[in-house]
Design a binder for this molecule. Structure first.
Ligand SMILES: [Zn+2]
Ligand SMILES: [Zn+2]
Ligand SMILES: [Zn+2]
Length: 252
């Protein structure tokens, strides 16, 4: 018998495969709404955990989906707000980030903290919620107003030479992921895994991926063999030594 998690993964994967066809393979606001509705419906375990995920919204009077068909409805075209129940959730003011990188976007009105003794390079920074003075007594610290593009690196072990005692994490948080029901936590994991699997299974057939990465996904084929089998990439340059580089930008 299939586990509930496996069933959820299978259902979501099937819906993700069918969804582009429902929208005639065209991206639109309506399509994006459907993707959001589908992922939120899945992660809520077919609606069972809406109250845990959206505590500020009354799910009985809102436009939450309650079936897979409803979650992938094509009927929200041109209606700016209807269908987007997920956008009405109030943002949490809790700044703690146990178990993950802070990644707070430090906007123009906020302070950016650098400690050149603790960071691995001068681009590593902290937001005012995370910076703990006790950690940096007599250190070479600078503070400046953000130009609007800094992202807090607190919690990223590759950014700091020493363990930092984040100020935001020292407070009792508003939410703790361990407060969520175990089934919901398992299903959050299942939905993210399925969405990433789907992304890779589509992307591996995309001409824009690295030819040298294809063998990692597909086994023994080289770029020319793949080009030979694919109409979409038949104009691929016939040069076995051709090298490609993928640049994935981070916050810089
Ligand atoms: Zn931070
Ligand atoms: Zn922090
Ligand atoms: Zn320091």
């Amino acid at each position: 018998m299939l586990s509930d998690t496996k069933l959820l993964k299978d259902k979501l994967y099937t819906q993700l495969r069918k969804l582009p066809g429902k929208f005639n393979y065209k991206s639109s606001t309506n399509f994006k709404t459907a993707v959001h509705r589908l992922l939120h419906y899945s992660v809520s375990t077919e609606g069972k955990y809406y109250e845990n995920l959206f505590p500020n919204i009354d799910s009985t009077t809102s436009d939450f989906p309650y079936s897979w068909d409803d979650a992938t409805s094509t009927s929200y075209e041109g209606i700016p707000y209807f269908g987007k129940f997920y956008s009405r959730q109030k943002k949490s003011t809790d700044k703690s980030h146990k178990g993950r990188i802070c990644a707070h976007e430090i906007t123009g009105s906020e302070l950016v903290y650098n400690c050149y003794d603790c960071s691995v390079d001068p681009t590593c920074c902290m937001c005012s919620y995370c910076f703990n003075r006790e950690d940096h007594k007599d250190h070479n610290v600078s503070v400046h107003n953000s130009s609007g593009s800094a992202i807090c690196d607190c919690g990223d072990e590759s950014s700091w030479r020493v363990h930092l005692n984040c100020k935001a994490n020292s407070k009792v948080g508003e939410y703790d992921v361990l407060d969520l029901p175990e089934e919901l936590r398992n299903n959050i994991d299942a939905v993210i895994t399925t969405a990433v699997d789907f992304f890779f299974s589509v992307q591996v057939r995309n001409i824009l991926t690295l030819p040298v990465s294809r063998p990692m996904f597909e086994g023994s084929h080289n770029a020319q063999e793949i080009a030979h089998h694919s109409d979409t990439i038949k104009n691929f340059p016939d040069d076995p030594d051709l090298q490609f580089v993928l640049i994935a930008w981070n916050d810089e």
